[in-house]
Ligand binder design. Structure first.
Ligand code: TXA
Ligand code: MG
Length: 521
């Protein structure tokens, strides 16, 4: 099928242009058009054959019902068996706008539209193009978001075109949409109104009018009732992880995770971060180290979630276009549009979360075999390097062995090497690595890749944290740090110098992450 593209003025679309699109709609064709939320893929809601084509073009599961769009409130009376006083009030207050209401369905609505449900979802979009198009068509218009099923919803013509060209009759180019997340779907049939899908109209705005409003899917409220909520949705191609915790912890967590992913990678993995404006500069600093593999995408400020909502879907698609295999997304306050943002990120990530790192000092662990030479030296050297940086954020460093017993002292040669560098490790006592150690640590540097393998054979769940020192700081340490055990003082001194450079580099890099506010370069 050839798809016709029609460009219109989004504020003052000409009737002449829209009339031809309206005619296609009325007679059973598919027309994609802009609304104030996202682009919709419209079909005449009264023609089952036309509605079938919508499911087909999107590849949408047949049990996920469509929203019927109207241009006038009066139309609702012919589509619904009953219009309650609460529904009337909401229509008066919030239509046209990003609020979809459920009504008991009238027999004129084909089964295909509601996927057999007894209710029909109706909304009146607040966009000059959508309104005029529907009005000119003179029929109610069933319109899901104009994307291939499962992909992020379309907030621009270009995305609709990429997903649906060749599958629909007309795509109307009305520029970018405003709100960026879909309408709020509200069920007012029960004693307490219930949001089935948070969206462009906030919970607060609804509560102001309705009093208590529940949100389906929240703790204690049972599963969501909107059939669409059970499908994987909005998903980018890369693995999306929603990062939790307080904003600065989120920032540190993302930077550490990105550093690990980018450092350990031999396959040149690409990582993208969906960032709040507040944390942007910190990410850009890390980006300088990984210009070809780390990408920073700004969503918007925490105190203006309308920007975040508006950019969310296009950012997910942008991350895909950059080839990001892992996308680390900050989470935002749940107020206002934040509830919809949270809902979309949760769905897009398939519920995968990255917990924010804990409050408190940065925890670093050095690991070798016996915990009597290399790792205690590294521990002492890291502590000194951190002090010398004058970093105001505390760091806690420990060292452990992959196969050792508790209570051994550092070898005399190790103690002497360190003394020469002004570091006292006389009081060091050895300890084997435990699961708790790995759980607590933010960063684990092993002296060789063999140590890493040994650790991960026992504790595979920590594969993300543990890297050989040469991977954390490849510019300073090349390959395994050799074991001086049993060799002479000179060999110890040589190892000490390698470790000194490595620890200084590691301290610098990590201080950038945790001491961002203090602006250490
Ligand atoms: O902002 C929007 O709502 C956009 C624009 C194009 O208007 N449309 C949109 O449609 O997001 P769609 O199909 O992508 O999402 C419709 C949602 C789905 O989660 C669906 O399950 C739910 O509305 N829905 C539709 N009819 C329903 C019904 N009778 N009962 C419960 N949920 C319903
Ligand atoms: Mg959709």
């Amino acid at each position: 099928m050839t798809t016709k593209v029609i460009k219109v003025d989004p504020f003052q679309p000409s009737d002449e242009t829209l009339a031809s699109c309206a005619e296609v709609l009325r007679s059973g064709g598919l027309v994609a058009f802009p609304t104030e939320t996202v682009y919709g893929l419209g079909a005449n809601a009264l023609l089952p054959g036309a509605v079938d084509k919508v499911y087909e073009a999107k590849g949408r599961p047949g049990d996920n019902p469509l929203i019927v769009h109207v241009a006038r409130t009066e139309t609702v009376a012919s589509l619904a068996n009953e219009v309650s006083s609460v529904a009337s009030k909401l229509m008066d207050l919030f239509w046209p706008g990003p609020l979809t209401l459920l009504f008991p369905r009238s027999p004129v609505i084909p089964d295909r539209v509601t996927a057999g449900l007894p209710s029909v979802a109706i909304r009146m979009p607040d966009h000059p193009v959508a309104q005029r198009l529907i009005d000119l068509a003179g029929v109610p218009v069933a319109a899901p978001s104009a994307n291939v099923s499962g992909r992020p919803s379309p907030t621009s013509f270009e995305v609709v075109y990429a997903d649906l060209a060749g599958k629909v009759d007309i795509i109307i180019d009305g520029g970018p949409t405003g709100i960026g997340v879909e309408s709020t779907v509200l069920d007012v049939s029960g004693p307490v109104p219930r949001i089935l899908r948070p969206g462009g109209l906030s919970l607060e705005e609804l509560s102001n009018v309705l009093g208590r409003v529940d949100v389906a899917g929240e703790a204690g409220l049972g599963p969501a009732l909107s059939p669409g909520m059970k499908y994987r949705h909005y998903a980018p191609r890369g693995v999306l992880l929603a990062v939790q915790g307080e904003p600065s912890r989120q920032r540190e967590t993302i930077l550490l995770e990105a550093l690990r992913l980018l450092s350990c990678d031999v396959r040149k993995i690409r990582v993208a971060v969906l960032a709040s404006s507040e944390n942007l500069a910190a990410y850009c600093k890390l980006q300088k180290h990984f210009p070809d593999s780390f990408f920073v995408i700004e969503l918007g400020p925490r105190n203006d979630l309308s920007k975040v909502a508006a950019r969310l879907f296009s950012s997910l698609r942008y991350a895909d276009s950059l080839g990001a295999k892992v996308i680390l997304a900050e989470s935002f306050p749940r107020a206002g549009l934040g509830l919809a943002v949270e809902n979309r990120l949760k769905t897009a990530s398939g519920g995968r979360e990255l917990p924010g790192r804990q409050e408190g000092p940065l925890r670093v662990m050095m690991v070798c075999t016996g915990n009597t030479c290399r790792s205690p030296m590294a521990e002492g050297l890291f502590r000194k390097a951190w002090e010398e940086l004058g970093c105001p954020c505390p760091a806690m460093v420990v060292s452990r062995g992959t196969s050792t017993v508790e209570g051994l002292r550092a070898t005399p040669e190790a103690v002497r090497s360190m003394e020469r560098l002004g570091i006292d490790i006389k009081d060091h006592v050895s300890a084997p690595v435990t699961r708790e150690d790995l759980e607590e640590a933010d960063v684990v540097a092993s002296m060789t890749s063999g140590h890493r393998d040994a650790l991960l054979a026992r504790f595979p769940q920590f594969s993300g944290k543990v890297l050989p020192l040469s991977t954390w700081v490849p510019e300073e340490v090349h390959g395994d740090v050799d074991d001086p055990y049993g060799l002479g003082q000179e060999d110890y001194d040589r190892t000490a110098l390698v470790l000194q450079r490595g620890m200084q580099a590691l301290a610098r890099r990590l201080s950038e992450i945790v001491c961002y506010e203090e602006g250490i370069d």
